[in-house]
Design a protein around this ligand. Structure first.
Ligand code: GDP
Ligand code: MN
Length: 387
């Protein structure tokens, strides 16, 4: 799960990581009153959306006078911000963060995330902060310092110092940096974060070190033990179909293709997406209904796939183990009758009660294409993709 910058900054503050003074505002009037409370100019007005690259896209602006505050807040609130992370459709800005403007001397980069290949946590730091870090990583990888932390051993003081030296911090800033590294490590672990990122981490002209930007992502499977993070969830920032799917405990991720698919088991779902690609088409989603799916879950899953306007065909690929083929077939038929299916649906199923399942499909009177096996299913999907 992702959260907003202003929410991540609340967590940072809890852990003693300095951030600029500021508050979130939903209206121009609120923005003006935050600016007044801050009692300083300029202030920075920042669009709050779950995507980076706001600065370049016009979602982060300075306001130098009281009149400016109203004008800038008015221009950002309600705008559809298109950044390299939002996709061409962009995101509607519903709130802004109004912060004291700082006199920046240096912009650094610092992040912490689990590294799957080493099964450790990795800190990444760079003097090239404020920029697109993916670009730094691909063009000038030598500008990124990495420090791996074995979670069983924990963060050691020398590791924080190695990051500090990599950033070539001067002694007064180094003193502020070391405890910050330890605080971020605790924050990441305590909250089961999958990413903590500060870009930029700034050194100000008056020699302070602050997180000017803040990003945190969380492991969804651990959210049950972080009620405070769950309270940060913003459904406006999530894909409506994914929100709908999560209500029914379905493991659904929307994608860009046009062949919808419903599968039981994550591994089979991945393989099915490969098959769709091999057939010359692109998957419109990932959907794992789970091993023990009920007819109702199948129905909900099918309905969600069909409500994606991009979907031009559907492949249902089920191995009937705990989920019996007749239960699946019943769910598909029920859903088809309720939703009304306007696209071809190919079904491949195998396993428990497969004969009964096929019979239910064939006698349903619906236009469902029953595939003999996986190869046959792939060919039928390819035909749909070509049509
Ligand atoms: P992002 O583009 O979505 O990552 O948004 P950031 O929060 O990183 O802001 C983008 C850029 O705005 C930063 O890299 C800074 O250069 C600039 N910026 C943000 N706040 C201030 C500020 O208080 N003073 C100054 N001078 N620049 C700022
Ligand atoms: Mn940033």
């Amino acid at each position: 799960m992702k959260i907003h910058e202003h929410q991540a900054k609340e967590l940072f503050q809890k852990y003693g990581v300095p951030v600029p003074r500021g508050r979130v505002a939903f209206t121009v009037e609120e923005a003006q009153s935050v600016a007044q409370d801050l009692g300083t100019l300029p202030v920075v007005i920042k669009a709050q959306i779950h995507a980076g690259g706001r600065g370049k896209a016009g979602g982060v602006k300075l306001a130098h006078t009281a009149e400016d505050v109203a004008a800038v807040a008015g221009s950002i609130l309600g705008m559809t911000l298109v950044t390299h992370q939002t996709g061409p459709e962009g995101r509607l800005v519903r709130k802004v963060l109004v912060e004291e403007g700082l006199d920046i001397d240096k912009e650094l980069y610092l992040s912490l995330l689990p590294d799957r290949s080493t099964a450790k946590l990795v800190f990444m730091a760079s003097e090239a902060g404020g920029m697109d870090i993916e670009e730094v990583a691909s063009k000038t990888p030598e500008k990124i310092v990495k420090v791996y932390v074995d979670p069983l051993v924990g963060l050691q003081p020398f590791m924080a110092r190695k990051l500090a030296y990599g950033l070539r911090l001067e002694p007064d800033i180094l003193k502020l940096f070391l405890p910050m590294v330890h605080a971020l490590y605790r924050l990441c672990l305590d909250y089961d974060a999958s990413l903590v990122e500060i870009n930029p981490l700034v050194v100000t002209k008056d020699r302070r070190l602050l997180a000017l930007d803040a990003k945190m992502n969380f492991d969804d499977n651990a959210l049950f033990r972080h009620k405070d993070v769950l309270a940060y969830r913003d459904l406006d920032e999530e894909d409506p179909l994914e929100v709908e799917a999560s209500k029914h405990n379905l493991n659904y991720i929307k994608m860009d293709g046009n062949i919808g698919n419903m599968v039981n088991g994550a591994g089979l779902a991945m393989a099915t997406m490969d098959i769709i690609k091999l057939a010359g088409a692109e998957p419109a989603n990932f959907l794992d209904v789970g091993g023990g799916a009920s007819a109702e879950m199948v129905e909900n899953g099918f309905r969600i796939i069909l409500s994606d306007p991009n979907v031009k065909g559907v492949l249902i690929n089920i191995f009937g183990g705990i989920l019996r083929c007749d239960v699946l077939a019943q769910g598909v038929v029920e859903a088809s009758k309720k939703v009304g299916v306007k696209v071809p649906v190919v079904i491949r199923m195998e396993g428990t009660n497969v004969e009964q399942g096929r019979k239910i499909l064939q006698e349903s009177g619906l236009n469902l294409i029953v595939a003999q096996d996986l190869k046959d299913a792939a060919q039928k999907v390819a035909a749909i993709a070509k049509a």
